[in-house]
Design a protein around this ligand. Structure first.
Ligand SMILES: [Zn+2]
Length: 246
């Protein structure tokens, strides 16, 4: 039973920090944002295959920076074969201009198709586009899904739960009331933990080392011993990657 960070931008950390996380024994689902970071993430996984699952993808925030978006997408889609999962992909209507939404949708659809075809899990960003992301997943019949740091409307949780999608609870739960509300509603068999590090959220330096405290907070919210929460998240991780049958 290990501690899971199910959404971390590992290639953005310093080498010494990464070595420290590995030394601590964390299991890291490392996401990427473009072709370069996808390559670096695969390299890190090859260095530490016991601890790292490598996702490849194009982050919705990177869409507008691409001079040759289709070419970039094609290169990343080629890497899916070597990857363990696909992400960070998704849609965003909160932090990036709405006029990129058509491009975002086209690219997101391509990656969801790649996921259903390969059977690999999706690690999804859905800020401000909560309903739109679920529309695509429903239409494509996506099955292995992680909705990362999901803080959308509570009324959409019903569909998420019915679909069996995992939701990551971010270490920000310490200070973010909405995360707490979501955690209260989610069944334990759909909860994963994450940091989304390295990222500064209202003064909190998000990184995998905050996950143990996140587990403590979940233990209080669910009124379940922390060991049981840890075990549940571990089982959920194994289920997501189909590793529990190995
Ligand atoms: Zn992220």
């Amino acid at each position: 039973m290990r501690i899971i960070d199910a959404h971390v931008h590992l290639s953005d950390f310093k080498k010494e920090e990464i070595e420290d996380f590995i030394h601590e024994g964390y299991i890291l689902v490392a996401v990427a944002e473009d072709y370069e970071s996808s390559l670096r993430t695969l390299e890190l996984r090859d260095l530490f295959p016991e601890n790292i699952k490598a996702c490849v993808g194009i982050h919705p925030w990177k869409i507008k920076e691409q001079a040759n978006l289709e070419g970039e997408a094609e290169k990343v889609l080629d890497l899916v074969r070597d990857a363990d999962c696909i992400g960070e992909v998704g849609l965003d209507k909160k932090f990036v201009p709405e006029n990129t939404l058509q491009d975002q949708l086209r690219i997101f659809n391509q990656f969801v198709d790649a996921a259903t075809k390969s059977g690999k899990p999706l690690n999804i960003h859905s800020a401000g586009a909560w309903g739109e992301v679920l529309d695509v997943l429903r239409e494509k019949k996506a099955e292995r899904v992680v909705l990362h740091w999901w803080t959308g409307p509570i009324n959409l949780l019903k569909e998420i739960i019915q679909s069996g999608y995992y939701v990551t609870i971010n270490a920000s739960i310490k200070i973010q009331e909405k995360s707490r509300k979501i955690a209260e509603q989610l069944p334990l068999n759909l909860i994963l933990t994450e940091s989304d590090g390295p990222y500064n959220y209202r003064g909190l330096y998000l990184n995998p080392k905050l996950v143990p405290e996140t587990l403590q907070i979940l233990s209080q919210i669910k009124n379940v011993p922390v060991q049981d929460i840890k075990n549940k998240v571990w089982q959920n991780f194994l289920n997501l990657f189909n590793a529990n049958k190995a």
